[in-house]
Design a binder for this molecule. Structure first.
Ligand code: GBH
Length: 488
């Protein structure tokens, strides 16, 4: 049977016959495309959007005994049998310490305009305090100069989990206030010497990971499972260390230096985008991040957090809260997975909805795929605390990454992941949420902490036998995104 247009119109129930605008696909108007779609369907980012890539010292550098570097808690932990998959260590990792020029050439080929790296505290102060080791800072001086020579802006993280072992031995690491103070001094020392060229510093990377996993769950260095009271005190000393570092950086850096954090806060995503669920997700963001981001932004622990901890709540002086909430120039958020939240009419105002068993994830079990996280993460930070300069300091994923016969990794799953996440980032910028840049984790495969070398996050495949780096399909994708400043 042949349908005429008139018949079709009858079936779908439209009366708009004869009109040039009739929508034969159905009576409903088409859904609007994802926000900010320019003419021609292009999903572009604001001019000057800062595209970058990221790594961290212990995950890429290797050279753990060179030029006076002191041992760290990750050297100790990774060399303890049973702590990492296949007993992997960062002894060699990507040998970036010796190959940094080649790695900067990879960045240049990608077209990134910024690079987020971390400084190994124990290269600069081998025992965490005391006399500095000049050769330690030399490495970062050379790295920064080479980046600038290639037109790439350095963004330096002062702590990405490689605590000098001496501070763990002497003080119990972040369990002690002495470590917070030592961190402040180290930050000031580095800031004074690099801020003529490094204009953005992050104090600490992911309180939410190293404190929780290292001092409570025991699955990251230093591998402790502290009782609740001591653990909450450790959390407090970590944010205090951050605040002392902000103050030291302000005192010692060149005037135009910007200071922030890189935190993997819970990214609260409304289950449905209605006003009540959106509000619930905002409130959840405040409460679920109480021990780190919220106290940093608000200068106090939420009453819910203090009540829940009871006698185990952290002990502190009021002046600590002022230090912890020292004003920042920007906020960095590491975004991987969503926490879905719904409004439930309760006094608390929200409920977290756990992922069903079938929720999709990438090679790392924990890495659930929720592209909307890249919209709601920055939205919540901007809305709750009026933050005007936001960076996505990490986003990316692990995939199986098996080279094809031609030697290339066709990681279509990573491209799918990135394309969808970036679509939501584009939606955020076109809604006016002030996200200024994005650092893809990671430039290349590297030491993935307790997972050793089994989970690959790189845009470049690393053959650990030869240290050869090969761009994956996702590197080609990212290069196009950067060149066109849009989702491709
Ligand atoms: C970031 O952490 C880190 O900053 C970076 O160094 C790391 O390489 C990258 O992401 C990729 O993982 O073992 O099941 O308990 C991301 C946040 C928090 C994710 C801790 C893994 C451990 C899950 N991480 N989480 S589990």
């Amino acid at each position: 049977m042949k349908f005429s247009r008139r018949d079709f119109a009858k079936i779908v129930g439209t009366a708009a016959l004869g009109s040039a605008t009739v929508n034969v696909a159905g009576a409903e108007p088409p859904l609007p495309a994802i926000g900010g779609t320019a003419a021609g369907g292009q999903r572009t980012f604001p001019d000057g959007f800062l595209w970058g890539s990221a790594t961290a010292s212990y995950q890429v550098e290797g050279a753990v005994k060179e030029d006076g570097r002191g041992p760290t808690i990750w050297d100790t932990f990774s060399h303890t049998p049973g702590k990492t998959v296949n007993g992997a260590t960062g002894d060699v990792a990507d040998d970036h310490y010796h190959r940094f020029k080649g790695d900067i050439a990879l960045m240049k080929a990608l077209g990134v305009r910024s690079y987020r790296f971390s400084i190994a505290w124990s290269r600069v102060f081998p025992t965490g305090t005391g006399s500095p080791n000049p050769k330690g800072l030399d490495f970062y001086n050379k790295l920064v100069d080479e980046l600038l020579k290639n037109g790439i802006q350095p963004f330096a993280t002062l702590y990405h989990w490689d605590l000098p072992q001496a501070l763990q031995d002497k003080n119990g690491g972040w369990e002690s206030r002495d470590t917070s103070e030592a961190f402040g001094n180290y930050a000031g020392y580095v800031g004074e010497r690099l801020s003529d060229r490094v204009k953005h510093f992050f104090t600490i990377n992911e309180f939410g990971a190293f404190v929780e996993l290292g001092y409570n769950l025991g699955i990251h260095a230093p591998g402790l499972k502290l009782p609740k009271g001591r653990f909450n005190q450790t959390r407090h000393h970590a944010v205090l260390g951050h605040g002392l570092a902000v103050q030291a950086l302000r005192a010692k850096c060149k005037q135009d230096t910007k200071i922030g954090i890189a935190e993997n806060m819970a990214i609260c995503v409304p289950v449905i985008e209605t006003p009540e669920h959106i509000k619930a997700a905002e409130e959840a963001c405040r409460q679920l991040n109480a021990q780190y981001m919220t106290v940093i932004q608000e200068g106090k622990y939420t009453k819910e957090y203090l009540a829940a901890q009871g006698a185990d709540a952290p002990k502190f002086m009021d002046a600590d809260l002022k230090t912890i909430s020292s004003p920042l120039d920007f906020v960095g958020i590491n975004i991987y997975t969503p926490t879905y939240v719904r409004a439930d009419g309760s006094k608390k105002g929200f409920q977290v909805v756990p992922h069903p068993a079938t929720f999709p994830h990438m090679a790392s079990q924990w890495l659930s795929i929720g592209p909307e996280a890249l919209y709601w993460g920055p939205h919540n930070v901007n809305k709750l605390w009026n933050v005007k300069e936001i960076y996505i300091t990490e986003n990316g994923c692990s995939s199986s990454d098996i080279p094809a016969a031609d030697g290339k990794v066709y990681d279509t799953d990573r491209v799918m992941f990135l394309r969808n996440y970036l679509s939501h980032l584009q939606r955020a910028t076109s809604d006016g949420i002030p996200v200024k840049g994005y650092f893809l984790w990671s430039l290349m495969d590297n030491f993935e902490w307790a997972d050793g070398y089994t989970n690959r996050f790189g845009l470049h495949y690393v053959d650990y036998e030869t240290q050869k780096r090969t761009p994956k399909l996702s590197a080609d994708f990212y290069k196009q995104v950067i060149a066109r400043n849009m989702v491709v």
